[in-house]
Design a protein around this ligand. Structure first.
Ligand code: FEO
Length: 401
């Protein structure tokens, strides 16, 4: 659906081609680059799309406004998934003015060589388009230093940049009463509410948490600052740069971002491990089985075999981390070491923690994992469960988690 309201139109795109976002994170359901038009006496485009999709978005723009020019492009965020379409936009609309904050100016020059037709705005500045007005709020580090959000007063609509974003392209309406993840197969997790409407928040929750933890997770304090800054603003609609347009479930999407950026995990265990010869893997699977029998929610990730994207998601979602590594070269095995470095980078807090893993002649991995956990201020559930040589249920006994 392109027409959100009479004056607000969706002109974004689904990217189902890209395999990994930022060159790192898998996209099993694709991703959207959202772009919005505000159509009044003047016309403003809020956020552009990635370069490869610029013509597709421009076609949508022209379907909405015919041969009227776009007067402004508001650059809320300079990361190329939203800004690399600028070059093509300027070819089609040579008089378009770029609206951005001062920190974006050298980035626009550096990425695209653009130095003209740029209008810088400060916190609280207002741009009138006729009966419509856009107010700009600087929200640095959500997710880059130049990030800002744009508020469309008359429609009570917040263009939030990456905040409140999600991985996942949409199969249906982009709005939260209709958006569904783009599936090639039926998904057992997808459910419609009794009234026939898709519960978009449920549908997208996993991809929201994965997007937040993978991409924005390091910037929890700026996200909290932005939430405080926006607290006094009446918001009826959130138009993020990725994922659905939120209208009916605004409290829900804000609550998810608030919870994740406060590092509040829900009851459950994220088991993340790597294994050389299957012994640490056997311990991880035994723990998972214990949790299943106890009815404790859990997720289990073999970091030696899978992208850590999903383990980061579950480390943010659950309140307990169980990390397993064999002793490898007198240390933690590399995939696990990389994973915990990622947790450190994301300043994960407020977790219960237990380490486990096999060793042969020296027990170092559990010691090193505990040092990491103590450094992060985690609560150690026990001194850990190291075990010598092969796994057996008799010698690998986990405390109640
Ligand atoms: Fe979607 Fe930080 O770019």
């Amino acid at each position: 659906m392109s027409r959100i309201t009479d004056k607000l139109r969706y002109v974004g795109v689904n990217d189902l081609d890209k395999k990994v976002f930022e060159g790192l994170w898998p996209l099993p359901y694709g991703v959207t680059y959202n772009s919005y038009l505000v159509v009044d006496e003047k016309i403003a485009l809020i956020d552009a799309v990635e370069h490869d999709f610029a013509d597709e978005s421009i076609t949508l723009i022209q379907e909405e406004i015919g041969d009227r020019p776009v007067d402004f492009i508001v650059v809320n965020h300079m990361e190329p998934d939203h800004s690399s379409g600028l070059v093509r936009l300027r070819e089609v609309y040579p008089d378009i003015r770029i609206v951005c904050c001062a920190k974006a100016v050298p980035m626009i020059r550096g990425f695209y060589g653009i130095t003209d037709n740029i209008m810088t705005v400060k916190d609280g500045d207002v741009l009138s388009l006729g009966d419509s007005s856009l107010t700009f709020y600087l929200t640095p580090m959500v997710h880059w230093p130049e990030t800002m959000m744009t508020y469309y007063l008359e429609e009570k609509t917040l263009f939030s940049g990456d905040a409140f974003g999600s991985f996942g392209a949409e199969d249906c309406d982009v709005r939260d009463s209709g958006a569904r993840l783009h599936h090639s197969d039926d998904c057992a997790d997808c459910g419609d509410t009794a009234d026939g409407q898709t519960d978009t928040l449920h549908e997208f929750e996993s991809e929201i948490a994965r997007y937040y933890s993978n991409v924005v997770g390091k910037y929890a304090a700026p996200v909290q600052n932005a939430l405080k800054k926006l607290a006094g603003i009446e918001i009826k609609r959130i138009c993020s740069t990725h994922g659905p347009v939120w209208e009916n479930q605004i409290d829900g999407i804000i609550e998810i971002y608030d919870r994740l950026s406060r590092y509040e995990g829900r009851r459950g265990v994220c088991i993340a491990y790597a294994s050389m010869y299957g012994n640490t893997a056997a311990a991880a699977k035994a723990l998972a089985e214990e949790l299943r029998l106890s009815g404790v929610p859990y997720a289990i990730h073999d970091l030696g075999a899978e992208n850590p994207s999903y383990a980061y998601r579950d480390a943010f979602l659950y309140d307990t981390l169980a990390i397993g590594s064999p002793t490898y070269n007198g240390d933690i095995i590399p995939p696990v070491k990389t994973f915990i470095a990622g947790l450190e980078l994301r300043t994960l807090k407020n977790r219960r923690f237990i380490a486990f893993g096999s060793h042969t002649w020296t027990d170092m991995s559990v010691k090193r994992l505990n040092e990491f956990a103590v450094g992060r201020g985690f609560e150690l559930i026990s001194d850990g469960v190291p075990f010598e040589h092969a796994y057996s249920p008799e010698k690998v006994v986990f405390p109640k988690l």
